[in-house]
Design a binder for this molecule. Structure first.
Ligand SMILES: *Cc1c(COP(=O)(O)O)cnc(C)c1O
Length: 349
């Protein structure tokens, strides 16, 4: 081993779901929205001469559009390049205690990657046997708390009273609720911001707003938290969000009708597809996200995953303890889900 190798930061990176290169795939593996972005995004007016200039480092137009949408002040909104960027900045900004950061053992698999990267000590209290978060596990001394609601990859939702209980027990640390999937039928924690200045709610345009390719995420919280985030962000790179993204993201926030239409279509397909899964011998808890996390009564998930892939149908399989019997199936269009059901009918015979 060379001496300089000691100085290399060694990390095990996050592995995103596969983005298959071939055409004609049914892609149900990364929770993208199956519908195109709003026409307002497509028709957004852009002055490409502006690309000569650096973009607005504060992304003011986008921040303002998001703030007005949620009825908060601009000073309460931080935007980033996808919520992964917002979350990474949040880990670096808020989790600087010697006490462990707490998040569930089964959750978004990027959290432990950031904790390792930034050398944040952490503990992962186990979900119970039905994959519910156990509130009491978060009462102990800690350096911060983060969990998604609904949780990923389980799709399970907790109520606001549950989140408030966690906040009541954690007033000396930052508590982050990652609401990547909240628009698919959950109740947002945003109203709790009035009472808890240590709460940060994180959102993304990637799922409910059909814009995973644009890379926009945001956090809403107390202005002092947002300022702390911006100070860290400007210490890395002032210009992470480019001009076209600011313009298109702003336009997206202006199309409430299309937003409502697409999330309701996804939810209706989820309910129909859930009934089909039950008929085919799968079990799962009610999902409040744009995916279903299901287990078959007799056929191993890995076998179904591999057989589906041969038919160019991609779902997500996690080869991890406790969840390696499950498939996470994103909700596509009705036609895509029908094709998957047809595959399952044949395969499971
Ligand atoms: C998808 C997802 C994100 C990241 O989304 P971005 O595309 O980076 O905005 C964050 N948290 C959870 C729980 C997710 O599922």
């Amino acid at each position: 081993m060379k001496a300089w190798e000691n100085n290399i930061r060694k990390v095990v990176p996050y592995v995103p779901g596969e983005q298959p290169k071939m055409e004609q795939v049914i892609k149900l593996n990364t929770n993208e929205n199956p519908y195109p972005p709003s026409l307002k995004v497509k028709n957004a007016q852009m002055d490409l001469n502006r690309l000569r200039l650096y973009p607005d480092p504060e992304a003011k137009d986008l921040v303002h559009a998001i703030a007005s949408y949620h009825g908060v002040e601009d000073s309460q909104v931080f935007v980033g390049v996808g919520s992964d960027d917002v979350l990474a900045m949040s880990f670096l900004t808020f989790f600087n205690s010697d006490k462990p950061l707490l998040f569930p053992d089964i959750t978004y698999s990027f959290y432990d990657v950031w904790a390792d990267l930034f050398r944040i000590p952490y503990e992962t209290p186990a979900l119970d046997d039905e994959f519910h978060i156990v509130a009491a596990d978060y009462y102990k001394a800690n350096g911060g708390v983060i969990f998604p609601n609904p949780n990923a990859p389980t799709g399970q939702l907790v109520e606001l009273s549950f989140i408030e209980d966690i906040l009541e027990h954690n007033q000396d640390v930052i508590v982050i609720v990652d609401e990547a999937y909240i628009d698919f039928g959950g109740q947002t924690a945003l109203p709790l911001l009035e009472k808890y200045e240590n709460l940060l709610v994180v959102r993304t345009f990637s799922k409910s707003r059909c814009l995973a390719g644009l890379r926009i995420g945001y956090a809403i919280g107390n202005p002092s938290l947002i300022k702390a985030l911006n100070d860290v962000k400007y210490s890395f790179n002032s210009y992470t969000m480019n001009y076209p993204t600011i313009v298109m993201g702003t336009a997206c926030m202006e199309d409430e009708e299309y937003f409502q239409e697409t999330v309701h279509k996804v939810m209706a397909t989820r309910e129909w597809f859930g009934k089909e899964l039950t008929r085919l011998g799968f079990t799962f808890e009610q999902s409040y996200a744009n995916f279903i996390f299901a287990k078959h009564k007799s056929v191993p998930a890995k076998e179904i995953f591999e057989a589906a892939k041969k038919e160019h149908i991609f779902v997500r399989y996690f080869n991890k303890p406790r969840i390696n019997d499950y498939l996470r199936i994103s909700i596509g269009t009705d036609d895509e889900m029908k094709a998957f059901v047809t595959f399952l009918e044949k395969y499971l015979q």
